[in-house]
Design a protein around this ligand. Structure first.
Ligand code: G3H
Ligand code: 13P
Ligand code: ZN
Length: 349
């Protein structure tokens, strides 16, 4: 089975009324954890690599690991996505490597830190859309800015600093023709999102619902959507870690989002916590061990558990075999003849 276009995968999720987790990877064990969770739950998957991940692993290794996953799990549709592309060149290189989807995060300038103007965002995103769609590749854009900083990427500050304006979201979708749209509703990347269980004053589900009403055909994306479960925090702290008390995005809020147009849910931090907790436990309980397999195996299992649970909670479980990946030529044709056009003026909203 070929890698699937993320657009097809999200269109199918919209038809089925479910969401799909997009899990970040940096190494073989994380890819294996996702694929085993997908097999266990029979889920389609989105695997995503940030710029940092591409640099850390050397992206060709990562891409070939995905091809291996595709060979080993032929029944599972896999989309390979560039997370937070900072420039046209980053997206172009991902497409040339074979990724089936890219995020052009034009909400920030190419430094990945400074908020960009609306016009700058439209311009660079439009350029990526033109290049990607001619090659049948999906594009996710971002309007509004998330809080926090991860590995040098992010504007910092609170998630409430740059909440998406629904009018701008509509204009952005119209002028860029993106397939999927990440919006800022108060979440942040990383473990420190909220200082207590979030309510509507800090997690703006009302904004998300308003945007979905205006853009019913655009697949919405929630970034910074780790739930930061207390049990994972506790394992880390029990074995010598020093995490401060923190809250993530409750799964029931994500499920409310899924009922209101959210199709892609980005999760990285929960897996990082699971891996770190499992490794710390082995180090603390059996300090005589030094074979990396003794701690990478439990780490991989801990991540698989988190991913499988999210796949059930987001509703993608059981949908792996609903459809066959369309050839890239079909996606190219669909973009060229307008059948894949979701711009509000075209779809009549
Ligand atoms: O965008 C945030 C993801 O968690 C990726 O993080 O840039 O540290 O790989 P990273
Ligand atoms: P978390 O830090 O909440 O896992 O968010 C990940 C993300 O949005 C990757 O793009
Ligand atoms: Zn993100």
């Amino acid at each position: 089975m070929a890698l699937v276009s993320m657009r097809q995968l999200l269109d199918e999720a919209a038809k089925g009324g479910y969401g799909v987790g997009a899990f970040n990877v940096n190494d073989m064990e994380q890819i294996q954890a996702i694929m085993e969770a997908a097999k266990e739950t029979q889920s389609p998957v989105i695997v995503q690599a940030s710029r940092g991940a591409r640099q850390f692993a050397q992206d060709r290794y990562l891409f070939h690991l995905i091809l291996a996953a595709n060979e080993l799990y032929p029944e599972i549709p896999i989309a390979m996505h560039q997370d937070h592309g900072n420039s046209f060149e980053t997206c172009k290189s991902a497409i040339e490597l074979g990724f089936t989807s890219v995020m052009m995060d034009g909400s920030l300038k190419a430094d990945g830190k400074t908020p960009a103007s609306f016009e700058e965002n439209v311009e660079v995103t439009r350029k990526v859309v033109d290049f990607a769609h001619e090659r049948g590749v999906t594009v996710e854009g971002e309007i509004g800015v998330l809080g926090g900083v991860e590995d040098g990427h992010g504007a910092g500050g609170s998630g409430l600093d740059h909440i998406t304006d629904p009018d701008q979201a509509v204009e952005f979708a119209e002028r860029t023709g993106v397939d999927a749209l990440a919006i800022a509703i108060g979440t942040s990347h990383g473990a420190y999102k909220f200082t207590k269980k979030p309510d509507g004053s800090v997690l703006k589900m009302d904004v998300l619902i308003a945007i979905h009403k205006r853009l019913p055909k655009t697949h919405l994306v929630m970034h910074g959507s780790s739930s930061v479960p207390k049990d994972l925090q506790d394992i880390i702290n029990q074995y010598g870690g020093k995490l401060k008390e923190t809250w993530g995005v409750p799964v029931e809020e994500i499920q409310l989002g899924i009922r209101n147009g959210v199709r892609k849910i980005n999760v990285d931090t929960d897996n990082r916590l699971a891996i770190t907790g499992a490794i710390r436990k082995v180090f603390a309980e059996t300090p005589e061990k030094f074979d990396p397999r003794d701690y990478l195996k439990p780490a991989r299992e801990a991540m698989q558990k988190v991913v499988a649970l999210r796949m059930q909670q987001f509703g993608q479980a059981g949908h792996a075999q609903d459809y066959k990946p369309l050839p890239i030529t079909a996606m190219i044709k669909g973009y060229a003849d307008g059948t894949l056009d979701t711009r509000p003026s075209v779809v009549g909203v």
